[in-house]
Design a protein around this ligand. Sequence first.
Ligand SMILES: NC(=O)C1=CN([C@@H]2O[C@H](COP(=O)(O)OP(=O)(O)OC[C@H]3O[C@@H](n4cnc5c(N)ncnc54)[C@H](OP(=O)(O)O)[C@@H]3O)[C@@H](O)[C@H]2O)C=CC1
Ligand SMILES: O=C(O)CCC(=O)C(=O)O
Ligand SMILES: [Mg+2]
Length: 421
Amino acid sequence: MSGQKITVNNGVLDVPNEPVIPYIEGDGIGPDIWKAASRVIEAAVDKAYNGEKQIHWKEVLAGEKAHDKTGEWLPEETLDTIREYIIAIKGPLTTPIGGGFRSLNVALRQELDLYTCLRPVRWFEGVPSPVKRPQDTDMVIFRENSEDIYAGIEYQKGTEDVKKLISFLQDEMGATKIRFPETSGIGIKPVSEEGTHRLVRAAIQYALDEGRKSVTLVHKGNIMKFTEGAFKNWGYELAEKEFGDKVFTWAEYDRIVEEKGKEAANEAQSKAEAEGKIIIKDSIADIFLQQILTRPKEFDVVATMNLNGDYVSDALAAQVGGIGIAPGANINYASGHAIFEATHGTAPKYAGQDKVNPSSVLLSGVLMLRHLGWGEAADMIENSMDKTIGGKTVTYDFARLMDGATEVKCSEFGDALINNL
Ligand SMILES: NC(=O)C1=CN([C@@H]2O[C@H](COP(=O)(O)OP(=O)(O)OC[C@H]3O[C@@H](n4cnc5c(N)ncnc54)[C@H](OP(=O)(O)O)[C@@H]3O)[C@@H](O)[C@H]2O)C=CC1
Ligand SMILES: O=C(O)CCC(=O)C(=O)O
Ligand SMILES: [Mg+2]
């Protein structure tokens, strides 16, 4: 196979003109969307660089295809290949509910320590949305990707393990609030200072690099004090310690209120805003879900834990047209490793129908191109998307919400995008 390896030095990528990029096709709708999206990416790269740059795709196996071919759901070879080639892209993978194997998506993130799940949420001209002003939603989610209840530390009802754990909690830790100990399953929620620091650091650095206005720490710290509440406190501490006068935090605001009153605190915040400092604030997760809908302009970069980030990603995607157009990336900023993937899953009822919207995985490819420094090709795809959707040539998910749309198949939408490059 031709092509060269991407290398990384101190977290900085060295990208050859013909990089080898591993891809996982994915389960369910994966093959359909990958086929359409990869063709568009190839065409855009070819056009943007007059054939001087080219991606050499290298298929790696995971999920049902891997199981059929190798008997394993996530072969070690797949992990080794992604470790070696640094950057990869994937389609969605199925996770059984309530039993069976644990999420392969989560396993990939954990194995490669891809601690940031980056999910930008913005509206594209012409995309149908359930809100009146979808253009007001422009946020970038930094979801912690390696900890929380999502880590998969769980014990099933009735097992020896759960009995042992419940006895330990009751007899040695003084827990009195397990309501039905005989019939409980137990899940564990690890949230660490280190994990919080590296995620919040990445979010603030992104806000500075991209000229964003604020970072909101989203948590349920009033109820889960030592996990979600600690996330908030550690986030503020990190912001003040590492970013100093580049930020103004609501923790600082509260201190000014205590010392000098509210008016002085408001003045200090206004001054910080005028000086272009990043405002670091926080919001409790339940009210946050209301406010992103009612006052989306007040939010910009969002840093949160794993489960909150999962919920918030799909909720915000809805505001800008739905999960069919919601990209993402899983990144370790220190090692340089990254896997780009859509926010949505395998949508099994549409598998093999060449029907669904390939935009989420395609826009994940756009994020990947930007990450590689190939912004010209990325811009070209986004412009083509504006033009194609603006011309009302769309897949079923948008067509059902638009008047006068031409509904096309997944592959045909890919063709239209290529024509409009
Ligand atoms: N990163 C990953 O690989 C992820 C994997 N999953 C896994 O996927 C499986 C299915 O999960 P499920 O809860 O059904 O969620 P999905 O995201 O797979 O699908 C839910 C619904 O979202 C809409 N949708 C999803 N993708 C598209 C698309 N490309 N274009 C248009 N509409 C789309 C469809 O809506 P409608 O019915 O309205 O047409 C679909 O029925 C599970 O096993 C889950 O664990 C889930 C999320 C992420
Ligand atoms: O791993 C899964 O099956 C679901 C993951 C998910 O919903 C997400 O990461 O957004
Ligand atoms: Mg999800």
